[in-house]
Write a protein that binds this ligand. Structure first.
Ligand code: FES
Length: 121
């Protein structure tokens, strides 16, 4: 298997069936180039530190079709797309969205922020 052959990984669509909480990190070529491995390591560390590594899975996926905005990390259930992720931001997502159940609006695309705002009204 080549380094970027991700064909044996699940697609995001496969994971939408899952009920279990997970961080779906794109392992596609463009996201890898943009730093997805560092984001993966930060996510693993943050889950461990928060004692959430047993209850929250990290799944590497095929390309999530947002290559220009990688690294892409999608939080399931719900399919919240965190784009252009950085290690410190993914730590924030673990602390707020995963641990406290509060999505990090500032790190989500605008239409998701609007959706969250509407949810609060
Ligand atoms: S390579 Fe990650 S979204 Fe396409």
């Amino acid at each position: 298997m080549g380094k970027h052959d991700t064909s044996d990984l699940p697609s995001l669509g496969d994971l939408h069936q899952e009920e279990q909480r997970c961080l779906a990190i794109c392992a596609g070529k463009k996201c890898a180039k943009a730093g997805s491995t560092m984001v993966l390591h930060a996510a693993q560390g943050a889950l461990q530190e928060a004692g959430l590594d047993a209850s929250t899975q990290i799944v590497l996926t095929q390309c999530q079709d947002q290559c220009e905005e990688g690294p892409v990390v999608t939080v399931l259930p719900g399919g919240y797309p965190y784009l252009n992720m950085r290690p410190d931001w993914v730590r924030q997502v673990v602390a707020s969205h995963i641990r406290d159940g509060v999505p990090v609006a500032d790190l989500l695309p605008r239409r998701w922020r609007r959706r969250l705002e509407r949810g609060k009204e």
